[in-house]
Write a protein that binds this ligand. Structure first.
Ligand SMILES: NC(=O)c1ccc[n+]([C@@H]2O[C@H](COP(=O)([O-])OP(=O)(O)OC[C@H]3O[C@@H](n4cnc5c(N)ncnc54)[C@H](O)[C@@H]3O)[C@@H](O)[C@H]2O)c1
Ligand SMILES: [Zn+2]
Length: 383
């Protein structure tokens, strides 16, 4: 990102954002305003969850409902395949239904086929739904590249009842993804580093990142308690808005830095593939704070808060507890490619600086877990 230095400030957002309990009941009517023949890209798990609701919703709206099965990984090939389905059958709008992966694949397929795209989120696990970019993966699940579009989703719909009924780990991952947004956006303030819409950050983007952080600090823990019991409370509504809308606008127009670059680096090694996006991002946030030399109290408070939220705060939980330098070098190399957002930091860390910060996460994270009464971190089972 550092190679291009834009001179104009840019802020981007979806055309419309709709959130609430039972929002999927409205999907047919909302999508019907955008096209006559939508295609809904989703996996079997999500389809089973919403089939009845969407069948009813689309029927009432007089809009035909066609599902396409999502292959699970947003690869270039998967988007090309779905783009062809859109073209061959004359669909005029695509809906990505589920988590960040289905949503990202739908954006890419819509762009390939030249039709608008809609994000319909059934979990609040990432800030993917609002953005004008997709993260493209290899078949093996490693980060390949960001793919940028000229426009954001035409519509974003988030059903908080579905979010509440999903395993709480999804919302925890969303909290991890969204907390990083402020840690990263604030690092770009006053620099000429680009945001994710090829501009300089606007005050709005950065302020929304901070608002997301403030809401999470206030409401994430009670929201996670509520979601454990399938409840939609005002804390849940606030946290879903923070993880989806505010973090989405905040990261895109406020900009990314080291936390997401380290996330991308972590995807390069199989050891971390059991972690969700937001979980890997949390290791990235801790790495960025340590790399910045942030105040000890701040780093420790962040580690403890995110450990309480159920996020990984140690390399052990990331499957890298016994990683040798060569393995961490692969992570750091992938985190520091020329395109990576780590170069948006207002200083230039060396490879060794980043590796040491990453390794230092273990000690901070362990101590935080102890303070939170969570005990020793557990390594994932290897199969
Ligand atoms: N484009 C962006 O701006 C952006 C931002 C952040 C993350 N991402 C991308 O998002 C992806 C990660 O997304 P994710 O963490 O949501 O994972 P995911 O999309 O890979 O998986 C979500 C899983 O949850 C299941 N699921 C969905 N709704 C459910 C529900 N209500 N109940 C039970 N299960 C449900 C799905 O079947 C699926 O298996 C990564 O590819 C990441 O790169 C993109
Ligand atoms: Zn993210």
């Amino acid at each position: 990102m550092a190679s291009n230095t834009p001179s104009l400030r840019v802020f981007a957002s979806p055309d419309r954002y709709v959130q609430g309990r039972g929002a999927m009941e409205q999907l047919g009517a909302l999508v019907g305003k955008l096209g006559y023949k939508p295609l809904v890209l989703t996996d079997d798990v999500v389809r089973d969850l919403v089939d009845d609701t969407l069948t009813r919703s689309f029927k009432e709206a007089g809009v035909p409902l066609t599902f396409e099965r999502f292959g699970g990984v947003p690869t270039r090939a998967e988007s090309e395949r779905v783009g062809e389905v859109i073209e061959e059958n004359g669909h005029d709008v695509i809906v990505g239904l589920g988590g960040g992966a289905a949503i990202d694949a739908a954006k890419a397929a819509g762009d390939n086929a030249g039709v608008p795209w809609v994000s319909a989120a059934t979990v609040a696990s990432t800030d993917a739904p609002t953005s004008a970019l997709s993260v493209v993966y290899t078949e093996e699940g490693a980060f390949e590249s960001y793919r940028f579009y000229d426009r954001n989703p035409a519509l974003v719909v988030v059903d908080t009842q579905l979010v509440a009924q999903a395993p709480a780990a999804f919302l925890a991952a969303g909290v991890g993804d969204a907390l990083a947004t402020w840690i990263e956006a604030r690092a770009l303030r006053g620099t000429d580093a680009p945001n994710m819409v090829n501009g300089l950050p606007t005050r709005a983007g950065t302020a929304l990142a901070q608002l997301s952080w403030d809401i999470l600090w206030e409401s994430a823990l009670p929201a996670l308690d509520a979601v454990e019991r399938d409840l939609v409370t005002p804390d849940v509504e606030a946290v879903v808005e923070a993880t989806t809308l505010l973090s989405g606008l905040g990261f895109e127009s406020g900009g990314l830095a080291a936390a997401h670059a380290v996330h991308d680096g972590l995807t390069a090694v199989d050891e971390t593939h059991h972690l969700a996006h937001g979980e890997k991002v949390n290791i990235g946030s801790l790495t960025q704070l340590l790399l910045e030399g942030a105040a000890t109290a701040e780093v420790e408070e962040f580690a403890e808060f995110t450990a309480r939220a159920g996020l990984p705060t140690t390399l052990t939980e990331a499957g890298l507890g016994d990683a040798d330098d060569a393995l961490l070098d692969r992570v750091v190399e992938a985190a520091m490619t020329p395109e990576e957002t780590i170069h948006n930091l207002p200083f230039t860390p060396s490879h060794r600086d980043v590796r040491d910060a990453l390794r230092a996460v273990e000690g901070v994270g362990r101590r935080a877990r102890e303070r939170a009464g969570l005990g020793e971190p557990e390594a994932p089972e290897r199969n």
